[in-house]
Ligand binder design. Sequence first.
Ligand code: ZN
Ligand code: ZN
Length: 419
Amino acid sequence: MTDTPETVTVNSREYAWPKQPVVVVCIDGSEPDYIERAVADGAMPFLSEALKTGSDLRGDCVVPSFTNPNNISIVTGVPPSVHGIGANFFFDRDSGEDVMMGNPKFMRAGTIYKAFFDAGAKVAIITAKDKLTPLLRHGLDFSTGRAICFSSEKSDQATKADNGIDYVNRYVGLPVPEVYSADLSEFIFAAGVKLFEEERADLMYLSTTDYVQHKNAPGSGGANDFYAMMDGYFHKLDALGAVLVLTADHGMNAKHTAEGDPDVIYLQDVLDGWRNEGTAEGTARVVLTITDPYVVHHGALGSFCTIYLSDGADADDIASRLRDLDGILTVYSNAEGCKEFELPPERMGDLIVISEKHKVLGSSVKHHDLSGLNVPLRSHGGSTEQRVPLILNRPTPDLDPGRRLRNFDAFDLGLNFAR
Ligand code: ZN
Ligand code: ZN
């Protein structure tokens, strides 16, 4: 297409047409310390050089600091109150069932790259786990030859009709990676560089998995190796002329006792105990919205939960008693919490509970299979994992230094501010 617009407006925000390809990378679980330590330890030679002329910024992610709400915020440029995905699932009071939100019918806003695609741009999206693909690819027409979207997890199943590309493994020269591995993320970058060289999409979105961050603290060998791997690919993308924007869906913190056991507050057991002893009326259902089909590395334990109360329950009383529990950081009503964190109220429970930095929230002891936790628990979900990197390989001289940046400003920075 020869006539491209100067700007594209998506979800009430205006973005300039890219003068060079923009690559936004969401490094899953990348607490700012990971890059800071890797740079200090000499594991990211490209990035430490690029930061001298680029932009080394920090921003806030969406709370709950989970993967899906943040990835969808980054690609739509708006918070969950606008796009609707505030968690991996919500509890439907009418049916009494948990509803997974992996289906695009739950998305109330379109993606930024889809709007650019509609205006004639070429776009490519690669993610690690396949759970995000249906949401990320929504609205793209793969028959045009201008859109590609697939996951490394199901790279062997990609077809021209559904993903805009086929024979991905042969194309990249790598086999399908294990789902719980660093290779799942490396595959994204190997494919991204190859696609950049050969297709040169106007916009690219690469989204990794936090397998490494769940198991390795910042500055550890396992973490620095992973960041060194990414540094090599960032160098290649930079050399090819990409405007690079690096951010994270959320941070990551240690969530275990000195002995190395997960430091868990089992809230369903606490609430059931209050009811059984007759000090609280009604029933309460603790919903851990971190739960998804891939729980091995965190045992479904995070620092955020929402509680659905039955009729007759005294929400204020339960909230104040929860606040008094050791390890609870904050308890909000639905209205307060959804206002504070820009969440869709109809997809949250009556109470929103956040634990302290090194604690996690569970439902009942019997519902958690912690056998997959072979290292001391590291996890996320709360407001203590809200700080994330926003790093560009370009300067951003026109950016207001007083502005509160969000991870979902990544495309804004790359398209509107990178020089
Ligand atoms: Zn994540
Ligand atoms: Zn995680």
